[in-house]
Write a protein that binds this ligand. Structure first.
Ligand SMILES: N[C@@H](CCC(=O)N[C@@H](CS)C(=O)NCC(=O)O)C(=O)O
Length: 225
């Protein structure tokens, strides 16, 4: 059976979990936090998530894991068969990662420490998000899925990216980023209402108190250094 390593408060962990559930691939969860020796043994940069295959093969990096799962379990396909259409799916995922997820993540430390975001960082983050908005407006179709008629990996990936955008960028910048992309708010709601997303969210909520304790311990460790 596949082992999914990480913690359920992580959106990266949850997007891989969503893919496994969508494809009905049996897996077990191994609760582990970043930079522990246990995680480093399966994830070279000590980040969540990682998977271990039944034959012992370890893999990290969420989008790489997604592609590997798709190639290893091609049924219930999450990519179109046409190469150009497949590339567009990956383009949407990459843009969401670089121009939505990563700038939003820069605001996480300020949220967790309760300190205001310095203006230059807020300006820079906003500029990167603006590029993401233009690109996702241009590439997204929401008819009904993000890239058209077929439900794809991009639907799962962008949905979990958006959980970070909503939790950090939307709140810290007081800016309704989803509303800037035509059709995204409604699509996001459809994704959130799916049985699998609800199941994944139960895991997130269950892990959250323990994860917050982990975060507080990390902050304390930095201050006592
Ligand atoms: N590029 C990685 C990013 C994974 C990532 O940043 N995971 C977070 C948890 S949501 C983590 O492990 N952070 C710990 C750290 O940065 O040390 C991926 O796509 O899997």
């Amino acid at each position: 059976m596949i082992t999914l390593h990480g913690f359920a408060a992580s959106n990266y962990y949850n997007l891989v979990k969503h893919v496994l559930l969508h494809k009905e691939i049996p897996f077990q969860e191994n609760l582990v936090y970043p930079s522990s020796d246990e995680l480093l043994a399966v994830s070279p940069v000590g980040k969540v998530p990682a998977i271990t295959m039944p034959d012992g093969f370890d893999l990290s990096e969420s989008s790489v894991i997604c592609d590997f799962i798709e190639e290893s379990y091609p049924y219930t396909p999450l990519y179109p068969s046409d190469a150009k259409e497949r590339a567009t799916i990956r383009q949407i995922m990459k843009i969401a990662e670089l121009y939505f997820e990563l700038p939003s993540r820069r605001l996480i430390p300020f949220t967790f420490s309760g300190t205001p975001v310095p203006k230059p960082i807020a300006i820079e983050v906003r500029q990167v998000l603006e590029r993401g908005i233009i690109a996702l407006n241009s590439l997204s179709q929401f008819s009904p899925w993000i890239a058209g008629e077929q439900f794809t990996m991009a639907d799962i990936y962008v949905y979990y990216v958006n959980t970070i955008v909503s939790s950090f960028a939307v709140k810290q910048l007081e800016w309704d980023i989803m509303a800037q992309i035509s059709g995204m708010t409604e699509w996001n709601k459809t994704m959130r209402d799916s049985d699998i997303a609800k199941q994944v969210d139960v895991g997130r909520l269950t892990n959250m108190p323990e994860f917050m304790q982990y975060v507080q311990a990390q902050i304390k460790a930095v201050h006592t250094k």
